[in-house]
Design a protein around this ligand. Structure first.
Ligand code: TRP
Ligand code: SF4
Length: 328
């Protein structure tokens, strides 16, 4: 039986953090055995928001891919590639932009939200409005049936399906599938301050974070606000530190629950222990990272191979599409 194909991507806009690890990467690693996987560095998508200051793009790109590999994404199992190295993405994006009604894009909830919330960049550009159109091209170029993403991407997948249906119906051919989201089951971990973990809030622990920083950052975490003195019984279920235990040390979680409830452990000690758990958790990944960093050429080779492989699939789809449109 042939494996179903999936595609996912990340924008190289900064260091990957433990939220990416448990929210996406761990899932990608598992999916590799079950699906034919395409994992893409979405550098065009990064440029859409970082165009005014692209200084870190290259550095971010290589570091992110090193994180992927260190976490267990394998070029032997998956096709790992750079979006801008497969020119067909832009061609299909162009074609889709021709058939996508403006209203679909203007109404897209992520678009409206980002325009409202991101105030340190000017996102009222032509390119940014078309963000989901390029994402649809990314997915449909490979005729991916499933797309592992977080909930925040659901509106983009909805649009991808709409574009797919519109194309199929305009040109009377069932060429593109209806790509479904593959949501991760892992509970998402929040940032150190209890907000969404994000580079822009600077409330994250990077996958590459050193032990000293991890200890400092964990000590700064918000805890149960009702627990002021050591003798106050804590409410672990509302404590962010506790939710990290649930993800990174589920076997210790129950005990922490009890100790906290009975005020038998202080928050400082509870965080000290968590910091060591995280340090141990990340140690093997960081070891692999250090190894991989020694040979960056090898990483670029993997990406070149992957981009060639992706290009073979992409060019087949694009020829079919051009045929339907009578482009010569
Ligand atoms: N928009 C996605 C994000 O911000 C990144 C992305 C680009 C993507 N192209 C994709 C994800 C295609 C899945 C499939 O996370
Ligand atoms: Fe949170 Fe641990 Fe403090 Fe309880 S003891 S409130 S779980 S940090």
């Amino acid at each position: 039986m042939t494996k179903k194909r999936i595609l996912s991507g990340m924008r190289p806009t900064g260091p990957l953090h433990i939220g990416h690890l448990v929210g996406a990467l761990d899932n990608w690693v598992k999916l590799q055995d079950e699906y034919e996987c395409f994992f893409m560095v979405a550098d065009w998508h990064a440029l859409m928001s970082e165009y005014a200051d692209p200084a870190d793009l290259k550095e971010n790109l290589i570091n992110d891919v090193i994180d992927w590999l260190a976490c267990g994404i394998s070029p032997k199992k998956s096709t790992i590639f750079i979006q801008s190295h497969v020119q067909e993405h832009l061609e299909l994006y162009m074609i889709f932009s021709v058939i996508t009604p403006l209203g679909w894009l203007e109404r897209c909830p992520t678009y409206k939200e980002q325009l409202r919330e991101i105030t340190n960049r000017d996102l009222s550009t032509f390119g940014f409005l078309g963000y989901p159109v390029l994402q649809a091209a990314d997915i449909l170029l490979y005729k991916a049936e499933a797309v592992p993403v977080g909930e925040d991407q659901l509106p983009h997948l909805e649009l991808t399906r709409e574009i797919s249906r519109r194309f199929n119906s305009l040109y009377k051919k069932d060429i593109f599938p209806q790509a479904q989201a593959l949501l991760t089951k892992t509970p998402r971990i929040l940032g150190l301050d209890g907000r969404k973990m994000s580079k822009s809030y600077n409330n994250f622990i990077a996958i590459s974070e050193g032990p000293k920083n991890i200890r400092l950052k964990v000590q700064s975490m918000f805890t149960d606000p009702l627990r002021i003195k050591f003798t106050d019984p804590g409410h672990p279920q509302t404590c962010n530190v506790h939710s990290y235990y649930a993800v990174f040390a589920p076997e210790r979680k129950k005990e922490i629950d009890e100790l906290c409830h009975k005020a038998q452990i202080g928050c400082t000690d509870c965080k000290k222990e968590l910091a060591e758990i995280l340090i141990n958790f990340l140690e093997p990944i960081q070891k692999k990272r250090t190894e991989l960093l020694k040979d960056k050429k090898h990483i670029f080779d993997i990406l070149e191979q992957g981009s060639k492989q992706a290009g073979r699939v992409a060019s087949k789809t694009l020829s079919e599409v051009k045929g339907l449109l009578n482009l010569v």
